[in-house]
Design a protein around this ligand. Structure first.
Ligand SMILES: Nc1ncnc2c1ncn2[C@@H]1O[C@H](COP(=O)(O)OP(=O)(O)O)[C@@H](O)[C@H]1O
Ligand SMILES: [Mg+2]
Length: 240
């Protein structure tokens, strides 16, 4: 009996998709984890950008730490310039925390009262009402947690991921971990359907980036770390 074909979201990282059954299973909630500067934001944006460009998929990128213009300029410098195709304006939306704040109800004026996880879900839902949302990136889960004054953030994360999973879209949650840590503890690790780990390794005097797929449900993926390269036209992993 042949397995039922699953629709997948390609990462557009050259060499990676064929090693991952074609991409991320549609509808998953995955983590892209790594320490600062490992290109988590760039890789996540790449998935949205290329899927908008080549598969007409609508994406929403919510940035907590970096202002929207900062992200867009950084990605344009990496070859992901929204100006290359007019259609990208409506297919790829970046919003930042300032814009998310504007979305809060007046009843939640005090930031301590704000349920940030709920606000993000509300924002996502408001987008989904306007046009179908295929892909969502949260940059980052840590950033959102830092805003959260709630007593039990583990429970918040638990409900947040559960709810995202019930939406007919694919979510990428960026998660920053300490250098040398493979992946984060907490409920996100066991709740996520997949974990892609980016790591910077010092080899003599050079910092080399590596990518490994730690976990990807419904997928026979390779369990190996590969050199992760930034090329003018995009990203690439180098297989042995
Ligand atoms: N135009 C570029 N070409 C190649 N590498 C770049 C370019 N711009 C930034 N970088 C690299 O990307 C890193 C930042 O990537 P980013 O995706 O923001 O990382 P993270 O989100 O994991 O902190 C920078 O520290 C730099 O090493
Ligand atoms: Mg980042």
């Amino acid at each position: 009996m042949s397995p039922v074909a699953i629709e997948r979201i390609p990462t557009f990282v050259e060499g990676l998709d064929p090693r991952m059954g074609g991409g991320i299973p549609k509808g998953s909630v995955i983590l892209i984890e790594g320490s600062a500067g490992c290109m988590k934001s760039s890789l996540s944006y790449n998935i949205l950008f290329q899927n908008a460009l080549h598969h007409s998929r609508n994406g929403l990128y919510l940035t907590i730490e970096q202002p929207r213009k900062d992200i867009e300029d950084q990605m344009a410098a990496l070859g992901m310039d929204k100006a290359v195709d007019k259609a990208l304006d409506s297919r790829l939306t970046v919003i930042d925390l300032g814009e998310l704040r504007a979305f809060l109800s007046e009843a939640q004026e005090s930031e301590l009262d704000v349920d940030w996880f709920r606000s993000v879900l509300n924002q996502v839902n408001s987008f989904r009402r306007d046009h179908p949302l295929d892909l969502f990136v949260l940059d980052s889960l840590n950033g959102l947690l830092a805003l959260c004054a709630r007593e039990n953030p583990r429970l918040e994360i638990f409900h947040f991921i559960k709810e995202l999973k019930s939406y007919p879209m694919t979510s990428i949650l960026i998660s920053e971990v300490a250098p040398g840590t493979a992946w984060s503890g907490g409920p996100q690790g066991f709740l996520a359907d997949g974990i892609i780990h980016l790591e910077a390794k010092r080899v003599e005097d050079i910092l080399r980036l590596q990518l490994g797929v730690v976990k990807m449900r419904k997928t026979a993926h390779e369990k190996q770390y590969f050199p992760f390269l930034v090329r003018k036209g995009g990203f690439e992993i180098v297989g042995k």
